[in-house]
Design a protein around this ligand. Structure first.
Ligand SMILES: [Zn+2]
Length: 452
C-alpha cells in the first residue's frame, strides 16, 4: 500500500474512460476526493508545480478510471446452488459474508458496482455500510429481491415447496402485489427495481421463450417505479421480454440474448442500454462438464452465438452496451472476472479496446443513477477513482484480467490497500445437505462396499 497526501499528481498515459484517444505523458491532479485537473503533464497549472507537491511517477503505465461493474450480486456468497441461496445460511451470516466479498471486489479495481438483485435486503445495507466507512468495498447502487412471477427467474423451487426466505426474488401474483412489492422496496431504500422478465436456461427446463409478465404488467411496473423516482432494470433473455420491457420504458435491459429485429429497433429508438453479462455464459461453458444448472452446455453455446450476432449489430447501430460481470455465484466468484466482459466485447462484439473500456467505466456508471456525472471517467470534478495499470489495455484489453498488473487502486482519492483478502473456510451448514456424492454399493468380488 502506498500512502498519499490529500493532494497529489499521477504521471502516466491516461485512458480517460470516455472512449477518447489516450493521452501520452499525461497528468492527473487529485485534491481530496476529486480530480482537480487532467491533461498533458507539460500543461500542468502552476499551482500543481509548487515545491513539495507529491508526484507519483507512473511513466510507462496507464492511468484509468476505476472499473464500474454494472451487474453484481454481493449477497450471493459464491453460492453453488439455489438451495444454498434460498435456504441455508442466515441473513446475519450472509450479510457478513457480503462484507468480506465486497473488499475483494474493490481490491480488484472495481470502485463502483450496481447490485442487480439481492438476497434479503443485503445490498441496501451493504451500500450504506460502505458509505459509512464500516465495510470496505465499491460504492454501490442497490436493488432488492427481483420481482418475479412463476415464469420468471427466482421462483426456483417446485410448487409444493413454500417460497424460501433467502431466495433473491419476490413472487407477485397480481396487480396489487406488483404495486406493493415496488412500494415496499422503495420504502426499504433501494436505488433500482430489478424485474425478472423472462426465464433462464440455467434454472428452467422450459424452452426459453415468451415473457414472465403481461405487457400491461411491465407497463405498471415501470410506471410505478418511475412515479416513485427510482430506476428499473429487467432480466430479459427472450425476444418477447426485451420488446415488452423496452415498450414499457425500462431504464436498462440485462442479457437480451435472443432479441429480435423489432426489439433492436425499439432499444435503438428509445436509447435503452443493454448489459449482456456474457461472462456468465462463457464461464458456464468453460467450467461445466456436460450440464450446468438444468441445461446442457450446448444450450449456453447457442445462447452465446445468438447474443454475439444481435449484440454486434446493436453495437454497430450505436446502442449503448455496458459491461457487467454477474459476480456472485461460484461460476463467477468475486474479484476474479470483473474485466472479462470487456475482453468479450472486443473478441465477440466488434468493439475496440477503448470502446470496451468505456463500456466498463463511463457507460456503466449509468447503472448507478445517483452517481451519474460524478464517476466513470477521468475528468475534472469527478470522484478520484483511479487505476494504475502496468501494460496498455488500449492495445491489449486482456491486461485488465491480470490482477498482478493493477499496481495502484484509488477510490475517492484514497489508495486502496491491495493486500489480498485471506481465503475463508466454508462451513458445512452453508451448502446443500448431501449424504453422499454417489451410491455405496456392495462389490461381491472385493467383499466390501464401494462408491459408484
Ligand atoms: Zn444477475
Amino acid at each position: 500500500m502506498i500512502s498519499t497526501s490529500d493532494a497529489f499528481v499521477l504521471l502516466g498515459k491516461i485512458i480517460d474512460g470516455t472512449g477518447a484517444d489516450p493521452t501520452d505523458d499525461g497528468a492527473v491532479a487529485v485534491m481530496g476526493e476529486v480530480i482537480d485537473w487532467v491533461g498533458k503533464a507539460d500543461a500542468l497549472p502552476p499551482r500543481w508545480r509548487a515545491e513539495g507537491t507529491e508526484v507519483i511517477d507512473c511513466t510507462g503505465r496507464c492511468i484509468l478510471p476505476g472499473l464500474v461493474d454494472a451487474h453484481t450480486h454481493l449477497s450471493f456468497g459464491e453460492a453453488q446452488s439455489e438451495e444454498e441461496l434460498g435456504i441455508y445460511t442466515s441473513v446475519e451470516y450472509r450479510s457478513m459474508l457480503a462484507g468480506y466479498h465486497a473488499a475483494k471486489v474493490l481490491k480488484a479495481g472495481v470502485t463502483s458496482a450496481s447490485e442487480a438483485a439481492s438476497t434479503y435486503s443485503i445490498s441496501v445495507a451493504l451500500r450504506d455500510a460502505i458509505e459509512a466507512g464500516i465495510v470496505e468495498g465499491p460504492r454501490l447502487s442497490a436493488a432488492g429481491r427481483q420481482i418475479t412471477t412463476h415464469q420468471g427467474l427466482e421462483d426456483p423451487f417446485p410448487s409444493w415447496v413454500p417460497f424460501q426466505p433467502g431466495v433473491p426474488g419476490t413472487l407477485v401474483r397480481n396487480r396489487d402485489e406488483i404495486l406493493e412489492a415496488v412500494r415496499l422496496q422503495v420504502k426499504d431504500g433501494i436505488d433500482l427495481i430489478k424485474v425478472s422478465g423472462s426465464a433462464d436456461a440455467a434454472l428452467s427446463n422450459e424452452p426459453l421463450s415468451g415473457a414472465a409478465f403481461r405487457a400491461e404488467e411491465f407497463d405498471l411496473l415501470a410506471d410505478e417505479v418511475h412515479r416513485l423516482e427510482r430506476h428499473c432494470a429487467v432480466h430479459a433473455r427472450t425476444a418477447e421480454s426485451v420488446k415488452l420491457s423496452a415498450r414499457a420504458g425500462f431504464d436498462w435491459i440485462f442479457h437480451a440474448s435472443y432479441m429480435d429485429d423489432e426489439g433492436l429497433d425499439l432499444v435503438g429508438e428509445r436509447q435503452i442500454p443493454l448489459v449482456p453479462t456474457l461472462t456468465l455464459l462463457f464461464n458456464m461453458v468453460e467450467a461445466a462438464q456436460g450440464t450446468v444448472g438444468v441445461s446442457a452446455v450446448d444450450v449456453f453455446k447457442q445462447e452465446i452465438d445468438a447474443a454475439a450476432e444481435i449484440l454486434t449489430r446493436a453495437h454497430s447501430l450505436g446502442v449503448e452496451i455496458i459491461a457487467g460481470s454477474e459476480s456472485g455465484l461460484s461460476l463467477v466468484p468475486f474479484g476474479q472476472w470483473h474485466a472479462r466482459e470487456m475482453e468479450i466485447f472486443v473478441t465477440h462484439l466488434g468493439m475496440s479496446p477503448l470502446e470496451a473500456i468505456r463500456a466498463g467505466t463511463l457507460a456503466a456508471s449509468r447503472t448507478l443513477p445517483s452517481w451519474r456525472g460524478r464517476i466513470g471517467s477521468i475528468e475534472e470534478g469527478k470522484r478520484a477513482d483511479l487505476l494504475v495499470v502496468a501494460g496498455d489495455p488500449s492495445v491489449d484489453i486482456g491486461v485488465l484480467q491480470q490482477p498482478s498488473k493493477f499496481e495502484m487502486v484509488f477510490k475517492d482519492g484514497r489508495a486502496v490497500d491491495q493486500t489480498p483478502v485471506p481465503d475463508r473456510r466454508v462451513h458445512p451448514f452453508e451448502r446443500t445437505r448431501i449424504f453422499l456424492q454417489g451410491k455405496f454399493v456392495y462389490d461381491e468380488e472385493a467383499q466390501r462396499g464401494v462408491v459408484t
